[in-house]
Design a protein around this ligand. Sequence first.
Ligand code: ADP
Length: 263
Amino acid sequence: IVQAYSVPYRGEGVEDRGAVVVLRDVTEEEHADRARRDFVANVSHEIRTPLTTIKSYIEALEDGAIESPDYSRRFLSVIHGETERMARLVSDLLQLSRLDSNRESLRTAPHVLRDLVQKACFRFTMHLQRQEVSLSFEVPSNLIVNVDADKLDQVFDNLISNAVKYTLTGGRIRVKAHRPSGKFILVQVIDTGMGIPKHDLPLIFERFYRVDKARSRAMGGTGLGLSIAKQIIEMHGGYIRIDSEEGHGTTVSFTLPASTGGV
Ligand code: ADP
C-alpha cells in the first residue's frame, strides 16, 4: 500500500517546471492498524457472547425457573461456567498485554526441567482420572533449563490443558524432553486426540483462532492459549511448532535454553 503526495514545483526557466512526488510505503502501518481493529472486535465479541448467555439465564430464572430446584441448579451452573470463562479471558488478555509491552522482563534462573514438568502434570491428574485419559512424562532428571519458571509453568498449563480438552476418553498424553545439542532442550507435548485439520495449522498460533469455536468455548477455552505460549517461548529465544494429523493427534514441540551450570 503506497501513499502519494505531489507538490507542484515552478523554477526560473521553462525546463524547471514539474512536481515533487513523495511516495511512502504504508503497508506495515495499515496491517498493524487492521490487526488492532480486528483484535478489539474479537475481544468485544468474546466478552459479549458469555454476557448474552448469562443475561438470558438470569432472565429465565427471574421468569419463574427459580421455583424449580432442578432448573435453578442447572442454570446457575451455566452462569458459573460462563463467569469463570470471562475471568480467564480477562486474565489471558492482561497477560498478553504485559507480554506485548515488554513490561514483564524474564526472571530466568536454572531449574531442573523434570521438576517443572512434574508440578504442571500433577495439577491435571485428578481431572484426568474422571476423563479416563492417561498423562505421563519422560524427562531425564539431568536436564537443566535457564527459564522464568512462572512463565514456563503457564506454557505447560496451556499446552497440557489443550491436550486434555481435545483428547477423548481412552486417549494418551505424554510430555517428553531431550537435549539434541549443547545449547537447547527440546520439549514435546504429544496427544492422541482429535488433531487439527491441515489447512488450519498455519493460523493456529494467531490470537483467537480456533478450529471449532463452539467446542473451544464449551471446553472453557479463550482462543489465546497458543499465542501466549508462543510469545513466552520466543521471549526465551526458543521456537515453537505444532504438528498434527486430524483424527490421530497433535504434537507441540518447543525449545528452551539449556543451562550450562548446575541448579
Ligand atoms: P483455546 O482456548 O480455544 O484452546 P488455544 O489458543 O489454546 O485456544 O488453541 C487454539 C485452537 O487450536 C483451539 O481452539 C483448537 O481448535 C486447536 N488446538 C490447540 N491445541 C490442540 C490439541 N492439542 N489438539 C487439537 N486441537 C488443538
